[in-house]
Ligand binder design. Structure first.
Ligand SMILES: Cc1cc2nc3c(=O)[nH]c(=O)nc-3n(C[C@H](O)[C@H](O)[C@H](O)COP(=O)(O)O)c2cc1C
Length: 317
């Protein structure tokens, strides 16, 4: 007998048939008059995380929302403002004012009249003033300034399509553009990540729990009444136990990587803690570097240079 019950999967299963933690994001987009319009969203997730020409997020949105309409009008720049919990300016905590930005049907002008946060220029506008960008939310702990990638799945074809009775008829895209009668998906290239200094330092100079943003986790709209939230009061680290390989097993893989490049024992000792699945990639990377530098033997000295190069690349701007 299972210890679980079988729960029916219905529309919006992430909040109707599950407990699913999501970020609380205020999305800024460009309204028709060039002003910044801000709506609340949670279905925003990493899409391309490595191995592509750029990094990307995916947004799932009601296609008649202001945000979707602004993108579908061809104003492709938006900003994802990740919100913490906070004390608020005039009327209560941040989460209260974030829910206020979530009422469907208000025009951007109506919405922005009572906007409870501050707006400022992002960093993309300064880097390229020729492209108009929406402002970003000053209270966010981080912001991703993004561009909708309409070359994926010919999403350009959806630009300029007109709503019919508040929805879109077929045809629909699979993953980028108008994807159903009421829905759309947007693949968003991340142009810049803007980070508040305290949290920037916590990533670059070493991680400490006390310098974590008070990330506001959204658990969705439930009970046909409330949006449910959880502030991040405390994060806990858990050490990943390092499983060192033996020198002979790493030697076995190293000797089979390339006949022209030899690794000394002291070099291999420096990569004993690399998990087995990543070992071939690491060894091939070392061989590639050796060939580029006309080196036939990798000792601890060369391995240190390679490691330093790798950590520099990881931390590069
Ligand atoms: C915390 C929160 C999260 C939300 N997440 C989403 C979402 O991921 N996708 C969506 O289509 N609507 C979501 N909504 C509803 C939108 O906020 C609502 O459709 C709103 O009208 C969008 O604003 P806009 O029309 O200015 O773009 C959310 C609302 C709240 C309060």
């Amino acid at each position: 007998m299972s210890s679980f019950k079988d729960l029916r999967i219905v529309d919006n299963f992430y909040q109707t048939s599950s407990y699913f933690p999501m970020p609380t994001v205020m999305i800024s987009s460009l309204a028709e008059d060039g002003s910044t319009s801000v709506g609340s969203y949670s279905l925003v997730f990493p899409y391309y995380i490595a191995g592509k020409d750029y990094y990307a997020m995916v947004l799932e949105a009601r296609n008649s929302s202001n945000t979707a309409q602004h993108l579908l009008a061809g104003r492709k720049h938006i900003a994802l403002n990740f919100m913490p919990e906070g004390p608020g300016l005039n009327h209560g905590h941040y989460h209260k004012k974030i829910v206020a930005q979530g009422w469907p049907g208000d025009t951007p002008a109506e919405k922005m009249k009572n906007f409870g946060f501050h707006l400022e220029e992002g960093l993309c506008a300064a880097a390229d003033p020729s492209e108009k960008r929406p402002l970003v939310v000053s209270e966010a702990y981080q912001v991703m300034e993004c561009t909708w990638m309409t070359d994926l799945e010919n999403a350009e074809e959806d630009i300029g399509r007109v709503l019919e009775d508040g929805c879109y008829p077929e045809p629909y895209k699979n993953f980028n553009g108008i994807t159903s009668k009421y829905g759309c998906h947007f693949i968003l290239r991340i142009d810049k990540v803007l980070m508040k200094p305290e949290f920037y330092d916590n990533i670059i100079d070493g991680v400490k729990a006390e310098h974590w943003p008070n990330v506001l986790i959204c658990h969705g709209y439930r009970d046909s009444k409330n949006f449910w939230f959880a502030p991040t009061k405390r994060v806990i680290p858990e050490l990943l136990p390092i499983r060192n390989a033996t020198l002979s097993s790493v030697r076995y893989a190293a000797d089979r990587t390339d006949p022209d490049v030899h690794f000394t024992d002291d070099a291999l000792e420096m990569i004993l803690n690399v998990p087995r699945v990543f070992l071939p990639t690491v060894l091939k990377g070392c061989v590639k570097w050796a060939k580029e530098h006309n080196i036939t033997e990798i000792t601890a000295v060369e391995m240190k240079i390679i490691n330093d190069k790798r950590s520099k690349e990881k931390g590069k701007d």
